[in-house]
Design a protein around this ligand. Sequence first.
Ligand SMILES: Nc1nc2c(c(=O)[nH]1)N[C@H]1C(S)=C(S)[C@@H](COP(=O)(O)OP(=O)(O)OC[C@H]3O[C@@H](n4cnc5c(=O)[nH]c(N)nc54)[C@H](O)[C@@H]3O)O[C@H]1N2
Ligand SMILES: Nc1nc2c(c(=O)[nH]1)N[C@H]1C(S)=C(S)[C@@H](COP(=O)(O)OP(=O)(O)OC[C@H]3O[C@@H](n4cnc5c(=O)[nH]c(N)nc54)[C@H](O)[C@@H]3O)O[C@H]1N2
Ligand SMILES: [Mo]
Length: 763
Amino acid sequence: MSKQPRIEQYDHPAGGWGSVKAVSSILMQEHVAVNGTRVLFKQNKPDGFACVSCSWAKPADPHLFEFCENGAKATAWEITTKRATPEFFDHHTLAALEAWSDFELESQGRLTHPMRYDAATDRYLPIPWQQAFDEIGEKLRSFDPKRVVFYASGRASLETSYMYALLARSYGCNNLPDSSNMCHESTSVALPDTIGVPVGTVTLEDFDHTDCLFFFGHNTGTNAPRMLHPLQEARKRNAQIITFNPLRERGLVSFANPQSPKEMLSTEQTCISTQYHQVKIGGDIAAITGICKSLIEADDQARANNAPRVLDADFIAEHTHGFEAFANAMRAADWKEIESMSALTRSALEAAATEYARAKAVIILYGMGITQHREGVLAIQMLTNLMLLGGNIGKKGAGICPIRGHSNVQGQRTVGITEKPALVPMDKLKELYQFEPPQETGLSTVDTCEAVRDGNLDAFIGLGGNFARAIPDQGVMDPAWKQLPLTVQIATKLNRSHIVHGRAAYLLPCVGRIEVDRQASGEQTVTVEDSTACIHASKGMTEPASEHLLSEPAIVAGLAKAMLPPNPTIDWDAWVGDYGLVRDAIERTYPGQFKDFNQRMTLPGGFHRPLPAAKREWKTKTGKANFIVPDGFGEDPDMDFDGERTLRLMTTRGDSQFNTTVYSLDDRFRGVYDTRDVLLMNQDDMTRLGFAENDTVTAITVAKDQVLRELGGLRVHAFDIPAGCVMGYYPECNRLIPVSHHAKRSKVPAAKAIPVRLRKMAA
Ligand SMILES: Nc1nc2c(c(=O)[nH]1)N[C@H]1C(S)=C(S)[C@@H](COP(=O)(O)OP(=O)(O)OC[C@H]3O[C@@H](n4cnc5c(=O)[nH]c(N)nc54)[C@H](O)[C@@H]3O)O[C@H]1N2
Ligand SMILES: Nc1nc2c(c(=O)[nH]1)N[C@H]1C(S)=C(S)[C@@H](COP(=O)(O)OP(=O)(O)OC[C@H]3O[C@@H](n4cnc5c(=O)[nH]c(N)nc54)[C@H](O)[C@@H]3O)O[C@H]1N2
Ligand SMILES: [Mo]
C-alpha cells in the first residue's frame, strides 16, 4: 500500500529520539537487528572498521557509540541479509528492471555472483571469475587505451585505489575520473592557487580551540552528523557558529545528542548556529564580499584613528601576496549589488564580520552548496581571502575545512586517482615499475560524459559508484551508454548504472569494507583518509555476503593480469596475498606522506599527512598565500539570460539516502515524508507564478542549446527559502542539468543552480 506523501514543519532538534527510531527501523528493514547492533559498536573504533558513509574525522578516544544515524543506515545497508542472486536475475529482463526505481533496485540486497549480460535473453547470467577477467582483458587489449575510462567512486581503500591507478597508467591512460569530479574538485583547483595544498588544513583538535566557525553550503545534520558532537562542544564553550545556507537545515539550527541520557530524557538541546543567514542560491561570493568589505573598511578606519587593527596586519605582510589589489576591489564593491546578489542585508553581513573580527581563531567549513556552482572555484577562493584577512590559516583552532563526501574520496586522490598527471609522481612510477607513464591529461567526469555521448569511448570500468545516475543529463546520456562497446561495474549492490549498460557488460561483485577480507597471509586490514588528511586502518568483521565475492584488490589484480603484459616489477598476486606489501609500495611512491605506513596505520586516531599550509609554508608560485581578486559576484551566465520566470533549482540529498542510494522516501529534518517528487519553493514565487500548494508541475531547463530537458510529476510546496530559489532532490532531478552546465576550471556539474521554469500540469 503506498503511503500518502506529506510535508509538515519539523521543529525537533537533529539527533534526539527521531534518530534512535530511525536507526532501529533501518536495522529491521535490512533484517540485521541483532548482528547490526554488535557491528555498530566497532564502527569508527581504532580496532574496528571505518564507517562507509561520510568522510568526517574519527577521534582517537571514540565514544562508546562512535556512529551516527546515517552511518548506522549505511552499515545496515551493507550488512543486509537480502541478496540479489542469479535466480533474481533469471526472473527479470533488463528491459523490465529499467522501470524499477533506484530504491527498488538496491533493495534487492547484495550481489552474490559475477554476471555477464546476455543479449539474447536480455538478462545478466552468472559467469566464472576467470572467464570474466579473460573476456574483459581480451576486449581491452583490442581498444585504444585513450578511449577507456577507469572511474572510482570514493569508497575503495587506499590499497585498492593505488593498484587501480597503476592499472590504468600501465594500460596507457590517465582517464581516472572519480566522484570528486562531481564534488570537491572545485576545492582541489581553488586551494593550490591560494594556500598551496589541495585539501583542508583543519584537524579535529582545532575544534577544541576555535572560538568561531563559519558554515557555508553544508547540511551537517544529514551528511556529516558526527560533526555535530564537536560543534556542540564548541557551542558549550560559547564559540559562535555563523551559517550561510538558503535553507534553515535542522542540524545547523539545534541538536540533542542521542548518546547523552541527560539530553534524551529532558528537552535539552543545543542551539547550534548563533547567526543564520539564508543566502540566495549562488549568492555566497557577494555575501563574502560584503564581509570582507566590512572588515577592510573597519581596518582602514582603525588605522586612521590609531586604534587596534581589525585585520592581522603582521600575517598579511609576512605571509600573503596581493592584499592591496584585493582590498581595493572590496572597497569598490557596491552594497546595493551585494545585497541584491546575496539576498542578505548589509547589517546582517556586518554582524557576521563583527564576529569574525572578534574571534581569535576562525574555522570555515563548506560543502556542495559552494563547490557545485559555475563559480564554485572563485567562491572557495573568496573563503580563503576571508581567512587570510584574519591570519586564520596555519594557526591553532583555525583553518579551512572542505567537508569531503565519500569516506575515502580524499585518499583516492592522494594515491594517484586523478586525470591530472601533474598531481602524480610519474618519475617515481617510472623508476619503480619500469614503464613510460602516460603524460597527457585524462578525462574528467564531464569529459567522460561528453565522450560517451559523442561516441568517443570504447569502455567504462567503474570501481564502485553509480556513475550513470550521479551525472547530469540522463535524457541525453542513457541512450548513449547503450552504444558503448563495454561496461564493467565492480559493485556491491544493483543500481541504475548496471541497467544502463554497454553492448558487452559485466557485473563484478566485491567484498564490502565491513566484511572480513581473507587472503593468503590471513585477514587483511585496509586504510582510508578522512576530511582532515588523517589516515586510519579499517578491519572488516562480518562474513562476506557470498562465498563467490572477491575483494576489490583481487578484482583489480584479476583485471590487470588479464589485460596487461606481465611486468616483473609488479607482483599483483603477492599484493593481493598481503595488503601490507601494497602499503610498502605506496610508501615507496610517496615517502614524504606515508613514512612507516604499516607501523603508523593502527595508531589510535590514525596519523596525519604533513600539510605545508598548516605550518604556514606556502607551496604556491609566489611562495606566499595569495589573495585572489574576484572578477564579479559569481554571476552565472546560464542562469541570468531569460528573465524573471527562471528559477534557481538546487538538487540536494535528503536525510534517508547515501548519494544515489535511497534508504527511504522520508527527509525527516525537512518535514518531507513518503515522497521525493517535490519542489520546495518560496511562497511569493508561487503566488507570482500562479501555483497553489500541492500543484503538480513539470520543470523545464532553461538552456541555450536546443535539447528539451524536463521532469514532470513534481509537487510544489511553500517552504522557507529565498525568492527565486527552489529545492529538489538528487538524483531524481539530475536529468535537468545540461552536461555543459559546470564549474569553470574544475568542471564540477553546477547541480546547485539549475536554471528552470515550471509549468503547471493538468490536474
Ligand atoms: N547520510 C549521508 N551522508 C553523506 C552523503 C549522503 O548522501 N548521505 N553524501 C556524501 C557526499 S559524497 C558528499 S559530497 C557530502 C555532501 O554533503 P553536503 O555538502 O551537505 O551536500 P548536499 O546535500 O548536496 O547539501 C548542500 C547544502 O548546501 C546548501 N546550498 C545549496 N545551494 C547553496 C548556495 O548557493 N549557497 C549556500 N551557502 N548553500 C547552498 C543546501 O541547502 C544544503 O544544505 O555528504 C557525504 N555524506
Ligand atoms: N544533481 C546532483 N548530482 C550529484 C550530486 C548532487 O549534489 N546533485 N552530488 C555529486 C557527488 S558529491 C557525488 S560524490 C556523486 C556520487 O556518485 P557515485 O559515487 O558514483 O555514487 P554512489 O551513489 O555513491 O554509488 C553507490 C553505489 O556504489 C556501490 N558500492 C557501495 N559500496 C561499495 C563498495 O564498497 N565497493 C564497490 N565497488 N562498490 C560499492 C553500490 O553498488 C552502490 O549502488 O554524485 C554527484 N551527483
Ligand atoms: Mo560527494
